[in-house]
Design a protein around this ligand. Structure first.
Ligand code: SF4
Ligand code: MG
Length: 335
């Protein structure tokens, strides 16, 4: 069927003291009902800004969309009325943020916060709202939900607070949830529990999920597809199995090499050398060239094409077709 969400050639700029930062430079992807897309990249790659553009929280300067479309059920949210937009954002597309503690209000009970939108936007009575809050807390596996309705955020652990945030995002039965680094602030065991929960909810409710993360280790079991971002572009886009088995972009290879693995104990992890580019002065040619072990002269002068590798796979690298087959391997491979 028609995608739920289509982001088409999105460009976003920020005015900074150093000039215009080109934060998103032609991002396109779509999301179908019930699907999970992971958006992966280092800090500053543009993944959070992409989510903010979808949620419409860039509307005020200094950040603004300069080109592109964001279609929800075929309708461009960038060109619809404010009233229409408010019926979609927060309700049919909900967002979960990284830091549950600062997103929750310390002076209100969690039950009150979970149902705030239901009472305000749908005029639900206090009694019905409490029942719905208990349902939602059960759904996100908060134990003894009814007893905890009147608890305050500080009485919950970090993982339980993140569950409260997820319950809030589910209150109006959204079609899409955007989760921006939902587990980054949590310890590893709790991270795994929250990722399991997101996977279960997606199976139980059929909600589509955009999962934004810098951590390639957390997405493998949850995502269907992965979009890898660098310097405000999607440099590789593939189904999760193909991407892990045969990455088609040197940046993806670098990210995979930096995941700690159980069988690697004692071995030194490889990290990607250098830093993400300054977005007010993006390198010529391929923006990854200053950090890329595969780089050749052409990479400095020519922007790589968006290469179609078949099966829904794309990569923006001059040598993607030879990297994906393994014909070209990392020149600095030591072992
Ligand atoms: Fe590396 Fe060149 Fe490919 Fe860019 S185009 S990722 S610099 S090999
Ligand atoms: Mg971010």
């Amino acid at each position: 069927g028609e995608p739920l969400l289509q982001v088409d050639d999105l460009h976003v700029e920020f005015r900074t003291g150093d000039g215009v930062a080109h934060v998103i430079n032609g991002v396109s992807f779509d999301l179908r009902a019930g699907e999970t897309l992971a958006v992966l990249g280092e800090s500053g790659s543009g993944k959070s800004v992409t989510a903010q553009a979808v949620m419409g929280i860039l509307d005020t300067p200094p950040g603004h969309v300069t080109r592109g479309a964001i279609r929800f059920h075929g309708e461009d949210m960038l060109r619809m009325s404010g009233t229409r937009r408010r019926q979609i954002r927060g309700k049919r597309i909900a967002m979960i943020f990284q830091d549950a503690l600062s997103a929750l209000n310390p002076v209100f009970t969690v039950g009150w916060q979970i149902t705030e939108t239901l009472r305000k936007r749908e005029g639900m009575s206090k009694k019905d709202a409490d029942e719905r809050a208990v349902e939602l807390m059960d759904l996100v596996r908060i134990p003894a939900a009814r007893d905890r309705l009147k608890s305050f955020p500080h009485q919950f652990s970090g993982g339980m607070r993140q569950r409260v945030m997820i319950a809030m995002s589910l209150a109006e039965r959204p079609e899409i949830i955007i989760a921006d680094e939902p587990t980054t602030a949590l310890d590893v065991t709790v991270q795994a529990q929250i990722m399991d929960l997101l996977g279960d909810l997606r199976r139980e409710l059929g909600t589509a999920l955009i999962l934004i993360t810098h951590d390639m280790g957390v997405v493998a079991d949850v995502a269907d597809r992965i979009a890898v971002m660098y310097a405000g572009r999607i440099v590789e886009h593939a189904d999760v199995h193909s991407l892990y088995r045969n990455p088609a972009h040197p940046y993806t290879i670098g990210l995979l090499d930096s995941i700690p693995r159980l069988d690697d104990k004692g071995k030194r992890l490889r990290t990607i050398p250098g830093l993400p580019p300054n977005l007010t002065a993006i390198p010529s040619g391929c923006p990854f060239h200053p950090r890329c072990p595969f780089a050749q002269d052409i990479c400095v002068t020519r922007v790589p094409p968006n290469m179609d590798l078949g099966g829904g796979r794309r990569s923006e690298c001059h040598f993607a077709d030879r990297i994906v087959t393994g014909e070209l391997t990392r020149p600095d491979q030591e072992d």
